[in-house]
Design a protein. Structure first.
Length: 89
């Protein structure tokens, strides 16, 4: 009975892994591409209609391990953010 339970749980884990891996969207960014930045600091002044995504920024450089250097087209200021915080437009 214990062996059956182990194989059953192993089968369940494999199926859930396949399901979640199927939902992963691969994001490839290249310099010059416009992206939206997720603003996670909106908790201080919560408003119902305020967007969590800020202005489109330009990808200046894609660094290894998912880091992305963004540049503001208006002020030409640049900074490095985590690649999971950006969304392609």
């Amino acid at each position: 009975m214990r062996l059956n339970a182990y194989s059953s749980s192993k089968l369940y884990k494999e199926c859930t892994k396949k399901y979640h891996d199927k939902k992963i969207v691969e994001r490839n960014f290249h310099p010059g591409q416009f992206v939206l930045l997720f603003n996670s600091r909106l908790r201080l002044f919560p408003r119902k209609l305020k967007s969590k995504w800020s202005d489109p920024y330009v990808v200046k450089e894609v660094k290894p391990y998912g880091a992305i250097e963004l540049e503001d087209p208006k002020s030409h200021r640049s900074w490095v953010v985590n690649g999971q915080r950006v969304n392609p437009t």
